[in-house]
Design a protein around this ligand. Sequence first.
Ligand code: PMP
Length: 449
Amino acid sequence: GYNRVLEIHKDHLSPVVTAYFQKPLLLHQGHMEWLFDAEGNRYLDFFSGIVTVSVGHCHPKVNAVAQKQLGRLWHTSTVFFHPPMHEYAEKLAALLPEPLKVIFLVNSGSEANELAMLMARAHSNNIDIISFRGAYHGGSPYTLGLTNVGTYKMELPGGTGCQPTMCPDVFRGPWGGSHCRDSPVQTIRKCSCAPDCCQAKDQYIEQFKDTLSTSVAKSIAGFFAEPIQGVNGVVQYPKGFLKEAFELVRARGGVCIADEVQTGFGRLGSHFWGFQTHDVLPDIVTMAKGIGNGFPMAAVVTTPEIAKSLAKRLQYFNTFGGNPMACAIGSAVLEVIKEENLQENSQEVGTYMLLKFAKLRDEFEIVGDVRGKGLMIGIEMVQDKMSRRPLPREEVNQIHEDCKHMGLLVGRGGIFSQTFRIAPSMCITKPEVDFATEVFRSALTQHME
Ligand code: PMP
């Protein structure tokens, strides 16, 4: 029963991992965009296992492919080849522009970013790496240097050679830049401090240059950026910022890494990869989460030149990377995205949802900002629109809990956990969005009473 599960959890599972909700959900089953608990209650899953179940829970085609592979071959390690790996590599490479054609298959986003750090250092012969404040790039010791979001950050003795830089956050940053963020919905910043957006971008670039000129980062190995920050609460940068930042990094010998762990595989709708929405070409792209629809799998894609630099320095081995089950599932996921037009659906239903949520922002003073692209949407809760002070955590918890009671699961993000994150499976439909908007409206109305 439920209580027994809680007991086992308390006795045997690490307290460092925390669950959502005072009474954690015990989920038994999933079907496409829906989840079911032990009592048979159903929930519309608007967080898809932290932006991971890209094509739907237990998608029939993915399940059928997994079952077939299960009866054929589970594991070989990277020292023996098998067809699913090569089929997958060819399919994935076809989705990336030249010269991003060399693929390393690994098992998690953290592992992918660790490998990208090694590549950047091997290729540049430098140590220092820059990432944004508010970035989340992993929880492993090496990637903790890159991660700069609240309680997920831990300083390690000896340091990691990583340097944070100001995040050009269009809503929370000092200079805004709201009119040129790449979103169908623009920020309402009720304050007088924001200059026009191009000026704002230039101010953020000046800050970036300052970081580059500090002694630790003078000659840098690389720069990591999520095309849209996920864990930090769907944070978007002013248009053109990343392009200029990439040029500055390259001028100092560094390589540019796009962390597509949340933004890749069509979720942003207008483009298959988040970096394409910034009109940049990274040197290394890392991906995980949605790549396997929930099956552990991740990848790093880079240029032949950078791949060679690493091979000169290191013989790399990864027991589970490129596992036959993972690769067969990965291929099925790519096929489903294409066959079911899920990228187009992300664009259409995502924009529809964003506009509906933007109406809630206009109706409720505590909804400070609604933003995002495709099916990666953030709803930032504030005390009032003028001060932009975050709504206290307990109040956000209550709204979160109320949505759950009404059958809607959403994610959380931001330093104060003040932003609701919405990232459903890409098969979501407009009537489901209507349901979610009404649930959200009820929860907000209840809160205001
Ligand atoms: N990069 C980003 C952008 C992420 O959101 C995450 C996970 N939240 C990671 C990397 C790390 O991935 P994993 O948890 O699979 O190690």
